[in-house]
Design a protein around this ligand. Structure first.
Ligand code: HAM
Length: 424
């Protein structure tokens, strides 16, 4: 029979790696709590029109990357979520989450995009998403950005570059779009096929073309910044003032427009040079029009999402990931009555908070001790017929120079506490 494998671009995260993920997630969750963000969990499947409306028809995601199908039972068009912002705002509207004021929310989980898989780019990937709903001021944009900077510090990730831009209000962008299309049409013979196609569907997206020749043409293009009105400029100044005060450095990238259509005013990305072509580890911005766009009462909002796989790759490269935790105790046992005695002993120790691997599968003491050593455990407990009869346990230090000791069963907890103290 042909061997079955995971779907291309969708990865198993194996033990060892998964424990590093858990540690990463624990750090992120602690950080989110310190900023007062609360967890929300949305379904992984949503009605397709949600993403069409929120992300925009003329985006790569909606045009070609969504996993979409028709539910055979009722004909409903469904999509595996390619991102979390649309779902989060849908949930906020559906449950009137803003009825008693703005909300700071976060979510985490898998997202799905049918992209061409390569290093750092997968078809199932994982994000932490952070959304501040109902807040209009530039202070929130700055908070979101500064909190990213704090997380990178806490994780020990260095060398991330913050790119920042303001894409203004929709009317300002519309006027700019007109000028840009005019410019692109005048230079059409110097554009590649992709830019020519986007020129009419989503002209602003030509700005972040990766083709150097197209970039050369665009260097002469009109700048979006010149089309921003006073309110947009003031908002951007407000964000920058706070970032400057907080010592968060950034570069203004006038070509940064992001790949989703719901943004206005502030947009930003955190980029690493160490990840090859897929260097963006985190991206976001303000999306004041999204509530209304998907049928809610208007409400301002801003947020970002980070790509866990990319951050995990940076953490691994920097050697920042702590080794997966080993069990504290490996319990070996052999002989008459030893299996029950050891089984109950392991349960009792776990109930007291110790982590205990109880040897399973039999074998000689020698082979069991090899497993104990390989497990990385700090202590081995040994139960043989003699220990069962005497109501004792042999206590062996696996990582320290110390004699093996026989300990009375009822004194084990006390002995273990003292043993833990020894190497502190
Ligand atoms: P996004 O820029 O599409 O934004 O994705 C955010 C992050 O997810 C990226 O910076 C990247 O690290 C990661 N990512 C995206 N696609 C892939 C992929 N195929 N493989 C691996 N990692 C990937 C959003 O999703 C918005 N919802 C962010 C946001 C929240 N804006 C406002 N609030």
């Amino acid at each position: 029979m042909a061997t079955l494998q995971a779907v291309r671009g969708m990865n198993d995260i194996l033990p060892g790696e998964a424990e590093r993920w858990l540690q990463f997630e624990a750090i992120v969750q602690g950080w989110l709590a310190r900023y007062g963000y609360r967890n929300i969990r949305m379904p992984i499947v949503e009605p397709t029109p949600l993403f069409r409306r929120a992300i925009g028809e003329a985006t790569d995601i909606v045009e070609k990357e969504m996993y979409t199908w028709r539910d055979e039972m009722n004909g409903e068009e469904l999509t595996l979520r390619p991102e979390g912002t649309a779902s989060c705002v849908r949930a906020a509207i559906e449950h009137s989450l803003l009825h008693d004021g703005p909300k700071r929310l976060w979510y985490a989980g898998p997202m799905f995009r049918h992209e061409r898989p390569q290093k750092g780019r997968y078809r199932q990937f994982h994000q932490f998403g952070v959304e501040a709903l109902g807040f209009a001021g530039p202070d929130i944009d700055a908070e979101l950005i500064a909190m990213c900077a704090a997380l990178w510090r806490e994780l020990g990730i260095e060398g991330l570059r913050l790119e920042l831009n303001s894409i203004g209000a929709p009317e300002e962008r519309a006027r700019y779009r007109g000028a840009l299309v005019e410019f692109l049409e005048r230079n059409v013979e110097r554009l590649d096929a992709d830019a020519r196609r986007r020129m009419h569907t989503n002209p602003l997206r030509t700005l972040d073309s990766k083709n150097p020749q197209v970039q050369e043409v665009l260097a002469q293009a009109p700048s979006l910044a010149e089309y921003l009105g006073e309110a947009s400029r003031a908002h951007f100044d407000g964000v920058r003032r706070l970032l400057d005060a907080a010592g968060v450095s950034y570069t203004i990238n006038p070509r940064l427009v992001r790949g989703l259509d719901y943004y206005n005013l502030t947009v930003f990305e955190w980029v690493s040079d160490r990840l090859g072509a897929q260097g963006t580890v985190c991206g976001g911005g303000r999306y004041d029009g999204l509530f209304q766009l998907i049928g809610g009462k208007p409400a301002p909002a801003a947020g970002f999402a980070m790509g866990n796989e990319r951050l995990m790759a940076l953490l691994a490269e920097a050697g920042r990931l702590p080794a997966p935790p080993a069990p504290e105790i490996y319990l070996v046992h052999q002989g008459e009555g030893a299996d029950t005695y050891a089984f109950l002993l392991a349960e009792a120790l776990r109930a007291q908070g110790a982590s205990v691997v109880l040897h399973a599968g039999g074998g000689s003491f020698k082979s069991q001790m090899k497993k104990a050593d390989a497990s990385g455990a700090r202590f081995a407990l040994i139960v043989g017929e003699n220990e069962v009869k005497a109501g004792e346990v042999a206590f062996k230090y696996l990582r320290e120079e110390a004699e093996q000791v026989s300990v009375k069963r009822e004194r084990l907890a006390e002995f273990l506490a003292a043993a833990r103290e020894r190497a502190k």
